[in-house]
Design a protein around this ligand. Structure first.
Ligand SMILES: NC(=O)c1ccc[n+]([C@@H]2O[C@H](COP(=O)([O-])OP(=O)(O)OC[C@H]3O[C@@H](n4cnc5c(N)ncnc54)[C@H](OP(=O)(O)O)[C@@H]3O)[C@@H](O)[C@H]2O)c1
Length: 259
């Protein structure tokens, strides 16, 4: 934690309570903005305290309120205490979103275990650490919604992203298990599979295929969280048929593509 941590109370009105892990930029920050604008009490966690404080400043006067803490999701020992503290400050929890993730550039001839295991720690380890805390609470209270931001990159083993894709595939399987486990407790578990979204994560890429803004992605993520048949939701939805086609390509052909 650092001195930029804070509890920016803007109003007493409360529509619900949400916790966003990976709230300092991109889709996580857009989700915070939309939820606070709607009147939610929102907790946000990330490493960059200044970005969280900037977001809190931006949201002063909005319908809801934003409390935030700096935290590295690879610090599993710190997570349970922080979770309890934030849930208490928010006055309960209805919606949990795991949006933290890293995707370092990996060269075609690079096999760097340090870089690869860092992705496992954040994208998968952090997800399990934090989502288990929300799952336990929602199991007990018999309500709540869990959203995990995976990726279409987890649908196939791509040349360009061996471990990034593997972390997203594992995340999808973990979330499916939680969904099956928590269904009888009336807990909704949504796996979001974004396509190309314009965020700091993708700004180094020369060109994005069919990109959409983080704001639009956040809107669609919240819509999926609130209902509908699709608990595995491609964002935007037009990536669903693309994903189905990509999954159907036989391996001997897929390895010749540059996808
Ligand atoms: N953009 C796309 O096209 C795309 C497509 C598919 C899936 N996704 C997934 O969408 C999610 C959100 O990414 P984004 O595109 O919005 O990118 P982003 O702007 O880079 O957001 C990533 C978030 O994760 C947080 N984070 C990273 N490492 C962390 C750590 N060790 N501890 C705590 N927080 C950490 C970052 O905060 P700090 O740096 O402040 O810690 C930031 O808030 C990621 O899981 C990503 O894999 C993105």
């Amino acid at each position: 934690m650092d001195p930029t941590d804070g509890s920016a109370v803007t109003t007493n009105s409360k529509k619900g309570s949400a916790l966003v892990i990976g709230a300092s930029s991109g889709m996580g920050a857009s989700l915070v903005r939309q939820l606070v604008d709607e009147g939610y009490a929102v907790g946000g966690v990330a490493r960059r305290g200044e970005s969280l404080a900037g977001l809190a400043e931006e949201l002063e006067g909005a319908a809801g309120r934003f409390v935030h803490r700096t935290h590295d999701v690879t610090d599993a020992a710190e997570a349970p205490g922080l979770f309890d503290e934030l849930v208490s400050e928010l006055g309960g929890l209805d919606l949990f979103i795991y949006a933290a993730g890293i995707m370092p550039e990996v060269g075609p001839e690079e096999y760097d275990s340090e870089k690869d295991l860092a992705m496992v720690d954040v994208n998968l380890g952090g997800c399990i650490t934090w989502t288990n805390l929300a799952a336990r609470l929602f199991h007990t209270q018999r309500s709540g919604t869990i959203v995990g931001i995976g990726s279409i990159a987890g649908d196939r083993g791509r040349k360009g992203a061996p471990v990034y894709g593997a972390t997203k595939a594992a995340m999808a399987t973990y979330l499916e298990s939680l969904r099956n486990r928590l269904a009888e407790r009336r807990v909704r578990v949504v796996t979001v599979k974004p396509g190309m979204i314009e965020t700091p994560m993708t700004e180094h890429l020369d060109q994005l295929m069919m990109p959409v803004s983080a704001e639009r992605a956040a809107k669609e993520i919240l819509k999926a969280a609130r209902g509908g048949l699709l608990e595995v939701r491609h964002v935007p939805l037009r990536w669903l048929p693309v994903s189905l086609i990509i999954r159907a390509i036989p391996s001997f052909l897929f390895r010749r593509t540059s996808i």
